[in-house]
Design a protein around this ligand. Structure first.
Ligand code: NAI
Ligand code: 2OP
Length: 310
């Protein structure tokens, strides 16, 4: 037991193990890596710990199959889930991952009732809803990672197009993960200059389209899995804002009721993330076109959530 913060990562696969790596190397706290596969989280945890003298980070890293080891975590990142297999429909995947996220969340919530939960498992907008319902946690404690990743992809493509540092590019996205995301070029800036002043509408649309299909582009290249470096970095950026009470404004899947007139669903919106988890949902004025796109994204999320039986 140390005086450090504690981050648990559930699912020690590609996203989970890489999230543990980022969290430890940034010295966010001690890390607990848990999976159902025996030996694998222990092996990855020990291997990562053995990298610490080389990289010079102080963090205790425990790999385990026992939820007792996750006790009193400050932040829990949930990446457990199955990828879609041949012959499996999207609905089959929703059913299977609902089962996994439900059982994981029950155990996490029992050992760490005050933890902030960051859900990564797909389909994201539905799985964060499952985690909220099952944990019974207040809405500020439960959120999903998608917007930071989608915005990072958009920022990458804009920086590549304009040949500028990614640090100059700030992007704004709303809505669900992937196909239904709503990038907002009006609020996307390069060194403070709105994107529409720097690129033609056609070029912006091409970059938006690539961003929407960003997950599929990586799957097409990898063939045996999906993206993990950027997704894990995104989840850890959210964890860092909470652990260090940075109060960053990041796009996250957050519970919205009156906000944006969503009516009680988790959708991607800009959120202030601090020690209290989701401390505020930031509302911005959307024009008619942006509002219509956001609404169809919310409708897609509702349709997905209606398929869930808990
Ligand atoms: P992976 O297959 O490498 O790892 C998943 C891990 O979950 C495996 O090690 C598996 O043993 C474990 N697992 C399965 N059932 C479990 C249970 N009941 N308890 C504990 N662990 C369990 O997959 P990867 O690439 O790490 O992706 C993980 C999830 O994150 C997938 O659902 C993927 O679609 C999603 N994802 C979401 C993103 C987002 O933007 N929200 C981005 C990237 C991935
Ligand atoms: C992605 O966007 C698979 O959701 C994942 O890369």
């Amino acid at each position: 037991m140390s005086g450090r913060k504690k981050i648990t990562v559930v699912g020690a696969g590609m996203v989970g193990a890489t999230a543990a790596h980022w969290a430890a190397s940034k010295e966010l706290g001690d890390v607990c890596l848990i999976d159902i596969v025996e030996g694998m989280p222990q092996g990855k945890g020990l291997d990562l710990m053995e990298a610490s003298p080389i990289e010079g980070f102080d963090a205790n890293i425990v790999g385990t199959n026992d939820y007792a080891d996750t006790k009193d975590s400050d932040v829990v990142i949930i990446t457990a889930g199955l990828p879609r297999k041949p012959g499996m429909s999207r609905d089959d995947l929703v059913a299977k991952n609902t089962e996994i996220v439900k059982s994981v969340t029950e155990q996490v919530a029992a050992y760490s009732p005050k933890a902030k939960l960051i859900i990564v498992s797909n389909p994201l907008d539905a799985m964060v809803y499952v985690a909220h319902k099952v944990s019974g946690f207040p809405t500020n404690q439960v959120m999903g990672m998608a917007g930071v990743l989608d915005a990072a992809r958009f920022r990458t493509f804009i920086a590549m197009e304009l040949k500028v540092s990614v640090k100059e590019v700030n992007a704004f996205v709303l809505g669900g993960h992937g196909d239904t995301m709503v990038p907002l070029p009006r609020f996307t800036t390069v060194a403070g200059v709105p994107l529409p002043e720097l690129l033609s509408a056609e070029r912006i649309e091409a970059l938006v389209d690539r961003t929407r299909k960003g997950g599929g582009e990586i799957v097409g290249l990898l063939k045996t899995g999906s993206a993990f470096f950027a997704p894990s970095a995104a989840a850890v950026q959210m964890a860092e804002s909470i652990i260090k009470d940075k109060k960053r404004i990041l796009p996250c899947a957050a519970y919205c009721d009156k906000e944006y007139s969503v009516g009680g669903y988790y959708v991607g919106v800009p959120v202030k993330l601090g020690a209290g988890g989701v401390e505020e949902v930031m509302e911005i004025n959307l024009n008619d076109d942006e509002r219509a796109q956001f609404q169809s994204s919310v409708d897609a999320v509702k349709e997905l959530v209606q398929k869930i039986s808990l």
